[in-house]
Design a protein around this ligand. Sequence first.
Ligand SMILES: Nc1ncnc2c1ncn2[C@@H]1O[C@H](COP(=O)(O)OP(=O)(O)OP(=O)(O)O)[C@@H](O)[C@H]1O
Ligand SMILES: [Mg+2]
Length: 335
Amino acid sequence: MPKKKKKHGEHYRLSKPADDTSRAYDSEYEDKDGERYRYDSDLGVGRYAEARLFKSIKSGKTKVVLSPVLDDGHPEEPGGLSFTPETEASFSSLKESISKYAFFKALYPKEPPFLVCKQGTYRIVLPKVAGIPYKQTPCVSAFDAQIKEALGLIDALSHAQDNEIVIFDLKEDNILFDASTGKFSLIDGGLHKLVGDRLSNAFICETDAMIAKYKVKCPQIAPECWALKDKPCVKADFKMDIFSLGYIWRKKFIDPIPLISHIIDSCLLEDPNQRPTLPLLKEAFRRLLPIYEVSDEESSSETGSVVENYELHRSDWDAYVKRSVSNWLYGCDSP
Ligand SMILES: Nc1ncnc2c1ncn2[C@@H]1O[C@H](COP(=O)(O)OP(=O)(O)OP(=O)(O)O)[C@@H](O)[C@H]1O
Ligand SMILES: [Mg+2]
């Protein structure tokens, strides 16, 4: 009998029956070059998914495998599913996994994710993103540290926006910070949509009371994302993630100077049209960088005047700040 040819190509071998959704520690992932990865350690846990680190014995290369989800028969149809405690878990499983897969595919194209479908269970194999959850890093009080972190996060979000992605659920657990490079990276993306697309039904509520409840439960999510079932659908907009940025900075930055505080407040405005765009935010923070770190001349002189004014006019700093920020962000004076 001819020898059975070894099957090449990326695949995932379950060590247990496919309908067993337990963690299946001795399962194995094989990449397209035939390199094999086995369970190494637990990496992190979110509200829905557990992440396990898989490692190749040969090269030490790593992958992340998320816990399996079931095809539970709850496809997301318009008006079909609301974000109630009863349906929250079922909504989140398959739909969220596929969204995460698409999110990683767009943001990490050099090491694309792999979706494993085995008899009604779904797992995703992801690249291991460097860093620790931003939630685990201490809050910052130093002026220049706040600016560096703000600019780092703006860069990470710019990468998403360059790919037309709106995240909605941008929060500290879904941002990794790599201290060795100072780089921020985004993970998860389970609720993301492309800009202009209709928001997930996860944001549709039955009553005003439920909207109020979820605004409290998920304070990082922009208020305009929540909508009543029979109201016109809400479209994904970059300004939604600007709100989340403001929320993160408000939590992370201890006693920011009034200028930074005012920038944060502008991100948190109820009216999305009043919030700054990401390029404007970047410009505002760049102008605050200490003089020695700014390369181009124009920014140096602007920063110099900001710092001098802070020293000279502490008493009317607030009025000065409001005027400056309005000028930078909107090209006009405050009303
Ligand atoms: N690709 C990755 N690289 C590194 N760590 C990861 C990766 N994916 C997940 N993690 C870790 O596992 C945790 C849980 O993963 P994930 O955010 O996907 O789960 P979740 O349940 O959808 O989260 P949430 O509570 O935000 O809904 C993350 O906070 C992170 O610590
Ligand atoms: Mg998460």
